[in-house]
Design a protein around this ligand. Sequence first.
Ligand code: TRH
Length: 374
Amino acid sequence: MQTQLNWDIFCSVIDNYGDIGVSWRLAKILRHDFQQNVRLFVDDLNALHTLVPETDPLLNQQVIGQIEVQNLTPNLSARPGDVVIEAFGCVLPSDFVEQMKTSKPIWINLEYFSAETWVQDFHGLPSKQANGLDKTFFFPSVLAHTGGLMREADLLQRRAQFINSDHHAWLSEIGLPEPIPNSFKISLFAYENNALSPLFDSWAQNKQPTEVYLPQGRLISSAQAYFNQPLKAGDTVQQGQMRLHILPFLPQAQYDYLLWLCDLNFVRGEESLVRAQWAGKPFVWHIYPTEDQAHWTKLNAFFEVYSATLNPAARQALYDFQAGWNHQQLEHQAWCSLMQPWPSLTEHAESWINHLESLGELCANLVKFIKSKV
Ligand code: TRH
């Protein structure tokens, strides 16, 4: 887009890292790939600091990578830009909304990822607000006629470079030993999960040496229960053929390297699911569980789309394994069944990228939408 607009992104951190993970990536892509002026308002600078260590949690206002970051407080005083994006329907400060009545920015609610077909009907629809302004719903999804998924312009090129290089420099930077030659590599990012113990048993029995990478976080309690010892970043423990490495929680910019390094990635929530898809490697999604159990519908809707062109054996094996992981109950057989159609699963994960590309990239779609309104 030729026009340089002022974009305001609002993020309220509810839990975990998905809200800020998505908001920060959106800010970065709009700034660096589309040369837009971006302000990010976030109510938890510590969460941003975890993903982006350059963040100073004590500074109310700072510039990080050409993005203006401001502490979001209910009494925030700022003039609205040309575009206002609320991430996941977060509540905007009332003064700010008051000013929007006169400045009339384009107002977007960037919604949660979903592959349920109803999002096709709601994507891009304006909804009249009490203050008379329209708010438009924008849905990240893997379905046609939606927003698509976010991806940096150079991501696939960087991925290819990483995969085709040796990873010595990065591995030693984060204090990891060289993987055992011909080992099977797995990254683990999930909520607490009782199925980790039977899975560790399966990996311990693998014929191939198995390197497992677990960044510090909620799942570590399940790993500690299995090894019956406290575990911290830098620790490596072994059981049979499995070597488990505990990593620090990585800066967001480095998390992709881990996904690219591994043969299989366990991901969770929303943002890591998207990164796993762009990594082009098989993955298992631990969906964020909701009390009303609506997450099962969401999980199955995504699986339907993702697996539509997989052969029946691979599809069933992946379905069973992912369902078991989310139910927190896995038998050794589920792991063996997943490994049987492995070549189909890897081929499919790689070609899935073409499908994502066909949807258009989310920020490009968003910029196009905004351009049609200004
Ligand atoms: O942290 P999450 O569980 O976030 C979730 C989801 O967003 C969910 O939809 C929401 O409702 C819930 O929170 C409240 O998982 P997610 O979405 O994958 O976000 C994690 C972010 O952390 C993502 O940007 C990847 C990043 N990350 C790192 O930067 N370093 C790491 O080492 C790891 C493991 C992840």
